[in-house]
Write a protein that binds this ligand. Structure first.
Ligand SMILES: NC(=O)c1ccc[n+]([C@@H]2O[C@H](COP(=O)([O-])OP(=O)(O)OC[C@H]3O[C@@H](n4cnc5c(N)ncnc54)[C@H](OP(=O)(O)O)[C@@H]3O)[C@@H](O)[C@H]2O)c1
Length: 354
């Protein structure tokens, strides 16, 4: 297969999926920086693949306060780094019918490892990635269990579902820049790794044999990355993904558009220069179109620009056809945001227009 990335940081690369994916990347010409807590495993990876192809950084991602320094160190040493794979994770079983047996600190550790640390890592690496001119990427490993939960590990499934929602929103937010950061999600099914090992989940026997063979999983995932997909369900995860997740995401997209319009009306954070447009837009000729900036500094602002343009075009049509004051049919139907900016003037104009 061909080279997809020049250099990647793989967090959670001391065993299982992360190690296999890092090895696959190296085999195809990518330089990798592997990370995880187990120093011996990191050293073994570097010695197997060679120092020219692999470097290692031992790091515990639950040390949230140390994450900004990690990102600063890595990006200083590797300014060309354009992709980070956030793959680490743990799984623990909890039986809530026996609440006295629930170890809440273990539950907290699982939440921090699988979700919170990824949010911190995202925040820490984004400024560096956003500065790159070319495409960069944050690549997350969630799970099919983030779509459909499994009864024995409620908290694990919740952490993956939380991460999945976070990723969907992050991708949407990053779609308009700044930067060119692609947000990719890998949804593994059960895969034969250390995740289900007895050392972590003593009630499971032969946990390493559960699920899809690791090399099959890795090949399919690599093909997904090679194909430029931003959502890569693998093996059995495809059932839920194709069965309902894609439909659900259509609702998410529609809701996102609706929310943008609503927030454009209610946000207190619109740039002050907007109020100028709001005050004048209902009486503005279409020739004012060129005064509206092409892009502003947030997706909501961009939507506002679009709405303003629509309104100016409507104004022109109204003026041409009926020689009426260019105010739309009802105050609430008038330009979104106008009544927010100056409600009294909006109403007066409406009355005068009638
Ligand atoms: N295997 C499956 O059936 C399956 C299914 C769906 C999703 N997944 C997801 O796939 C990802 C990889 O898991 P895996 O199956 O490959 O399991 P694994 O073999 O146990 O690997 C887990 C990796 O996460 C790292 N890790 C855990 N806690 C960490 C911490 N505090 N700081 C830094 N690294 C940490 C481990 O490194 P150290 O121990 O050296 O720190 C290891 O490299 C996880 O996110 C998992 O939830 C797996």
């Amino acid at each position: 297969m061909s080279l997809i990335y020049k250099k990647v940081l793989v967090i959670g690369a001391t065993s299982g999926i992360g190690e296999a994916l890092a090895a696959k990347l190296v085999d195809n010409g990518t330089k990798v920086i592997v990370s995880g807590r187990r120093q011996d495993k990191l050293a073994a990876f570097v010695s197997k693949h060679g120092k020219d192809k692999a470097e290692a950084i031992a790091f515990d991602i639950t040390k949230l306060d140390a994450i900004p320094q990690l990102a600063a160190d890595v990006t200083k040493a590797h300014p060309e780094l354009a992709r980070v794979i956030l793959n680490s994770g743990i799984q623990r079983g909890f039986d809530f019918t026996k609440p006295a047996n629930i170890d809440l600190s273990t539950l907290g550790e699982e939440l921090t490892t699988n979700h919170l640390s990824f949010v911190h890592l995202t925040v820490a690496f984004l400024p560096h990635l956003q500065k790159h001119k070319n495409e960069t990427a944050l690549i997350y490993t969630t799970s099919g269990l983030g779509l459909v939960p499994m009864v024995r590990c409620a908290n694990y499934c919740a952490t993956k579902a939380a991460l999945h929602h976070f990723i969907l929103v992050l991708r949407e937010q990053m779609s308009d820049g700044p930067g060119n950061v692609k947000v990719i999600e890998i949804f593994p099914p059960a895969v034969q790794t250390e995740l289900h090992d007895e050392k972590h989940q003593p009630d499971i026997k032969n946990g390493g044999q559960i699920g899809m063979p690791l090399d099959e999983f890795t090949d399919e995932t690599y093909k997904g990355l090679l194909g430029g997909k931003d959502q890569i369900p693998v093996g059995m995860s495809k059932g839920a993904f194709e069965g309902f997740e894609l439909k659900w995401q259509e609702i998410f997209k529609r809701m996102t558009e609706g929310m943008k319009k609503m927030m454009a009306q209610h946000s207190r954070n619109l740039p002050t220069r907007y109020t100028h447009y709001f005050r004048n837009v209902l009486v503005s000729p279409a020739s004012d179109l060129n005064k509206i900036p092409q892009r502003m500094n947030s997706p909501a602002s961009d939507v506002m620009c679009g709405l303003l343009k629509d309104q100016l075009l409507k104004n022109a049509a109204l003026q041409a056809s009926a020689n009426v004051h260019p105010v739309t049919e009802t105050p609430t139907d008038s330009l979104v945001g106008y009544s927010f900016a100056c409600p009294r003037r909006s109403e007066t104009k409406y009355r005068n227009a009638k």
